[in-house]
Design a protein around this ligand. Sequence first.
Ligand code: ZN
Length: 509
Amino acid sequence: MPATTIDQGAAGRSRRLFVARFFYEGNSFGPLLADRDAFERHEWTHGEEAVRAAAGTILELAALPLFRKRHPGWALVVSRCAAAIPSGPIADEVFDVFLAEVLDDLDAALRAGPVDAIYLSLHGAAMTESRAHPDLDLVEAIRARCPDLPLAATFDMHANLHPRLASLLTIATGYRTHPHVDMRDVAERVLERLVACVEGGLTTAGYIENTGLLLPSINMRTSDGPMRRLQEAAAQAEAQEGVLAASIFGGFPYADAAHSGASALVFSAAAQDPDGVLARAVAGRLARQLHAARGDFFVSLPSPAEGIGRALASGTPGLIGVTDAADNPYSGGAADTPGLLAALLDAAPDVPCVFASFADARVVAEARRAGLEAPFDVSLGASHGTAFGAPVAVRVVARRFTDGRYRGTAGLLDGADVQLGDTVLLAITDKPNIRIIVTSRVDPCIDLAFYQLHGIDLAGERLLLVKGKNHFRAAAGRLCAEIIDVDAPGPACLDFTRLPYRHRSPQPG
Ligand SMILES: [Zn+2]
């Protein structure tokens, strides 16, 4: 499908902005490839459909309807917009199809008339089976076709920025917040800069200093802590005379690539900074601040056994959450690592416990064959390999089957229709107070409605063992009187030295 000029024929729209989006964070150690289905389930839109889908949200593309209102002289040409929940690397075919389609659309747009500027909504930490930096590949391919056109990009705070991007892009910026609530705002800012390039003759100089630091995100919120201080420093730098954009990126450490790492990106106005000296100096200063803050990002977490022991010894009344971020689906986990469950079974507590969750369609099918309340033997976890521990053998009964459909009620999933595939609630036969949810598809178990679907009232539970992190805290985690984070083996574990990096040698925190 060729990208059509959405506002074609609209009176007075004589300038054209070409837009595409590729938003994906790839975990090299995640066992599941992100295939076409993963993107189609999440975001695989084109043209007006892409603008409509984002309208009213806080996503980058929600800046487009606002741009259209603010700049009646501009028409939008929106090509493919693609995003998926973080997982392992992307299947090569998905990105190849995306890239070919965007370039075809761009060629068609250029044939149809002048294109004045290009905006790319990127994450910046994508990887495919064979491409280490597809984000850079996209920018390079577009730059090769349009050597002189103003070309802008926005990046997630967890982008791993390849330094070459600075000379290819005219202007770029990143989020100031984590959790990311300013995605639309940064897109608005960068679009205004693009307009200034086209209509005001603004030219720029850019510089990226990538520190190569691999930083965990567990202590990277911007409400307080080291990333708040760094983002304040970036905002101050951006207010400096001659600086157009100054951003700090925490990077995504689970992308095993030479260019992964926290970075600083600065664009200056070429009129005041013709040789880019200012951009380099400011980026260098921000990078030094990143180096100085490194130690503050590393926190020490208990093992699963220690964390569960602490939870059981706690005098706090109510629900206690024990979170295993190493297998968090939002960080590339596949809801498959066995460490937390193994520790729970070893502890054999007598209080009501819910474990959420494993994603394994085979287990759900076995439970179906056994039927409700009929004991059967099953192995849980490590279905994609034993890199993070051996599967746990248990005798269980199925307590409840569901079709895995629910509507999210809070946080990131608010209003979203979630489809987990068939699911089952299992109970350990000789420890029926321990119940385990198994789904067919990988999806975060952060929402209250997820638990209600399985007949679980969290108010009546004592321990909730969950594969999650920040988004869990913002949703079902709010019911917890106390939350204990643990570090278990998994593709997003805090101790990077446990992971089989091939392109990096991470230092212990
Ligand atoms: Zn992010």
